[in-house]
Design a protein around this ligand. Sequence first.
Ligand SMILES: CC(=O)N[C@H]1[C@@H](OP(=O)(O)OP(=O)(O)OC[C@H]2O[C@@H](n3ccc(=O)[nH]c3=O)[C@H](O)[C@@H]2O)O[C@H](CO)[C@@H](O)[C@@H]1O
Ligand SMILES: C=C(OP(=O)(O)O)C(=O)O
Length: 509
Amino acid sequence: MTDDYLMRIGTLIRNARQHRGWTQTQLAEALGTSQSAINRIERGGQNISLEMIARIGEALDSEIVSLGYAGPMHLRVVGGRRLSGSISVKTSKNACVALLCASLLNAGRTTLRRVARIEEVYRILEVLNSIGVRTRWVNDGDDLEITPPARLDLGSMDTEAARRTRSVIMFLGPLMHREDRFKIPYAGGCDLGTRTVEPHMSALRRYGLEITATGGYYHAEVDRSVVPTRPIVLTERGDTVTENALLAAARHDGVTVIRNASSNYMVQDLCFFLEQLGVRIDGIGTTTLTVHGVPVIDRDVDYSPSEDPVEAMSLIAAAVVTSSELTIRRVPIEFLEIELAVLENMGLDHERGDEYVADNGRTRLVDLTVRPSKLRSPIDKIHPMPFPGLNIDNVPFFAAIAASAQGGTLIHDWVYDNRAIYLTELTRLGAEVKLLDPHRVLVEGPTRWRPAEMMCPPALRPAVVVLLAMMAAEGTSVLRNVYVINRGYEDLAERLNSVGARIETFRDI
Ligand SMILES: CC(=O)N[C@H]1[C@@H](OP(=O)(O)OP(=O)(O)OC[C@H]2O[C@@H](n3ccc(=O)[nH]c3=O)[C@H](O)[C@@H]2O)O[C@H](CO)[C@@H](O)[C@@H]1O
Ligand SMILES: C=C(OP(=O)(O)O)C(=O)O
């Protein structure tokens, strides 16, 4: 129990220190102690006095390191309120994590602008910091500066942080350029059922990377005599597998053709970033990418990842279920066109402003106003496809929207083994959601939402869907343990409150 308590305090201190952009040495200096003492404290290996906790809190100017903040975060939602005004979409989790991994390709300093301050980013930063990469938040904490060391200390990798994300799998591509042998922990993330890594292995094998998965680790060994002599054909058009293949190709001395590549938003952001690193890529936005690799990359670069289409979809769904008029700014329209076409057919009244370009200079954005509408169920089923299909991560939001519409909607989530089941949680808030089989739910609307007290489903998007339903339900609901939401959304409760929601954050002691 004591050990567990010390670990939790240690993690809070580490998070607060990284939030400030400080190294362990900087914090040690501020406290007049040694870096090794800070390291022990952060790992929960040292008894720590209340006075020391207070001093650390003061040094880091952090409310986080104060008593009463150690437990999991919960939300109390007073629902039935209309939203109004405007809210801006933040940069995407999935591009940010890919770019953080990609920064390992560069010996120079990488600056990423307006990086989403979300738990998934923090986990990858913890992993990067633990292996010796220096990262610091600059410009009032908006931007992130990343400088890798000449040699990584992979033996010290923070495996606990690594195991909490799926994204760590994208270390494979960059690390194979730096090490002949290395290991990374099995990738984790949401509980969505089995997620294969086989496509990653078969793509990277073409660069001589052999992986054996034993004892909770992927053990990787690189045979540098093996290089791709013909196009790499991905066995799945997956996002992170495409990114891994790109990361491998980026520093390969030659031209690689990647076929059946995902052309989804995070892949495009990664391509634009690689271009800044001097890697030429033909075919961005298509399923065939031709990468002209550069063996040594050493540049100070500055890149602005684009806005998150899934966050935009979440906000559209928030407006729909609460029957609100809401303007959503900075919507990456190219990645929401099918969703909007479906919603239009369901009767959604909305208006798009003129297009403008995102800070990456490439992605097209619009401001979108959603108005209260009488929706009817779609004639056909809702099902995702790799881009340019309806986004896989947007499917769960259609459950909440369908529950607000008149009639029955079939949602076919063929992609994940274990995600559709979480949509049945909406029944606890009054929706009629029937699980037909592990991949299909039938939603019968409209719903008279009612409040409930619930645990957060262990999957990001279904968890947000439950939160949205709570916002629609008149009365007070409680959603417990929302780490999974914070994994992908920055200050969601606070931002929704700024447009009229009433969501309070609280924690157990
Ligand atoms: C960090 C990151 O970017 N995560 C995203 C990425 O994860 P990521 O790219 O890691 O997704 P996975 O590789 O796990 O693919 C998701 C599921 O789709 C299946 N699959 C995928 C493509 C395909 O052509 N055929 C197929 O069957 C996979 O077997 C798996 O069951 O893509 C997912 C699908 O868009 C998103 O939910 C995640 O938010
Ligand atoms: C499933 C998701 O992400 P990840 O790949 O990070 O688990 C998601 O963003 O909905």
